[in-house]
Design a protein around this ligand. Structure first.
Ligand code: FMN
Length: 360
């Protein structure tokens, strides 16, 4: 492990922040206690909600942890696109006996207020998704003693992250579950993306800051692979989503290994921004024409998703999952960190033994 980031925790294993009530303080505490880096997700929360979770987590562990923020989004929906989508979703609202949400419920996710909390109550690590904070923000966090990470999905985005002055970059491959952290989504984005091993290599050749690799990683052998490709650590979401400490709905956890769900895809159907989930009815029916309009579509579909969950209808829920979902293990989070670390050690030994054998 080579960077100041991985000096903070023994194993190069980061539990991905997962908004929507998944990465609870209990999950982050279990991961940090076991020697990984636990993360809270501030997305969709108020600044005070975020602060309460930080306090709760501090009561559970004295070890370092991270907090993740969504970047405010510019307006880019074609005019009328959200209204048209709302019209197309009217049947869903009737089916679930609910109303559609107000698409204009808010677009900046309380970014400034959350930054103020993080500057008053510094945490070990802060990460950013959906864009790059200004140099001023990144510098002020560094002065507060916080290590900063920003997601990139291409080498160009990684360069923007480095130029803004972040301490490290998260290379998020197309395999990743949940939202792609693309800096700017536009309707022309066709959902194609770069596979993780290729992306890590491209980013390593483009920037000098440390790289954290995310996307489809479910086993220690895959962590060994991304470290061999030049990453300093691996960030895993779906693997931790399945643990008992995660706040994901039981239906969501069960769906990860349910043979009924055979594949994942990127979709704008639920939020208006490309995100990877298990393909279900809602995605199949509405994904093809959902507009690039985040967070309006997120707010619009919120009551539908809640009603589907209440009706235990997995076909109407956002079942975020990475491409490795079928390899999910229901281990307690601390045990999962230990198992991943053991698998990583075994894979690293195998790699070096093989190397020696070939040299000899
Ligand atoms: C349910 C879920 C929610 C997520 N929420 C966030 C989030 O709030 N912030 C963020 O930076 N990444 C989020 N991600 C993406 C992860 O940071 C990470 O890129 C991804 O989980 C890696 O792929 P994997 O799920 O295959 O391990 C989320 C992923 C999932 C599965």
């Amino acid at each position: 492990m080579s960077s100041a980031l991985t000096d903070l925790f023994p194993f190069p294993i980061v539990q991905a922040p997962m908004a929507g009530g998944v990465s609870l303080p209990q999950l982050a505490a279990a991961v940090s206690e076991a020697g990984g880096l636990g993360f809270l997700a501030a997305g969709y929360k108020t600044a005070d909600g975020m602060y309460q979770e930080i306090k709760q987590l501090r009561g559970l562990t004295g070890r370092p942890f991270g907090v993740n923020l969504f970047m405010p989004q510019p307006e880019y929906a074609e005019s009328g696109a959200v209204e048209v989508y709302a019209h197309q979703l009217a049947g869903e609202a009737a089916w679930y006996e609910t109303e559609l949400g107000d698409p204009d419920s808010g677009r900046d996710d309380g970014y400034e207020a959350k930054l103020a909390v993080l500057l008053d109550n510094p945490v070990a690590v802060a990460s950013f998704h959906f864009g790059v904070p200004t140099r001023e923000v990144l510098d002020s966090l560094r002065r507060a003693g916080t290590f900063t990470l920003v997601t990139a999905t291409t080498a160009e985005e990684a360069l923007a992250v480095e130029r803004a002055g972040a301490d490290a970059v998260i290379a998020q491959g197309v395999e990743a579950g949940g939202h792609q952290g693309t800096h700017r989504d536009v309707p022309e984005n066709d959902g194609s993306g770069i596979g993780l091993l290729s992306l890590v290599a491209q980013i390593r050749e483009t920037v000098g800051i440390p790289v954290v690799a995310a996307g489809g990683i479910m086993r220690g052998s895959q962590i060994a692979a991304v470290l061999a490709a030049g990453a300093s650590a691996a960030q895993l979401g779906t693997a931790f989503l399945a643990t008992p400490e995660s706040g994901a709905a039981d239906l969501h956890k069960q769906a990860l290994t349910d043979p009924l769900f055979t594949r994942t895809a990127l979709t704008r159907a639920f939020s208006g921004r490309p995100a990877r989930g298990l393909v279900n009815r809602f995605m199949r029916e509405h994904g093809p024409y959902a507009p690039a309009a985040y967070p309006e579509v997120h707010h619009l579909t919120s009551p539908l998703r809640k009603a589907a969950a209440k009706a235990t209808d997995a076909q109407g829920m956002a079942l975020w999952a990475g491409q490795g979902h079928r390899m999910a293990r229901e281990l307690p989070a601390g045990q999962l960190v230990e198992t991943l670390a053991e698998e990583l050690a075994a894979a690293s030994t195998a790699l070096s033994t093989k190397g020696e054998g070939e040299r000899g």
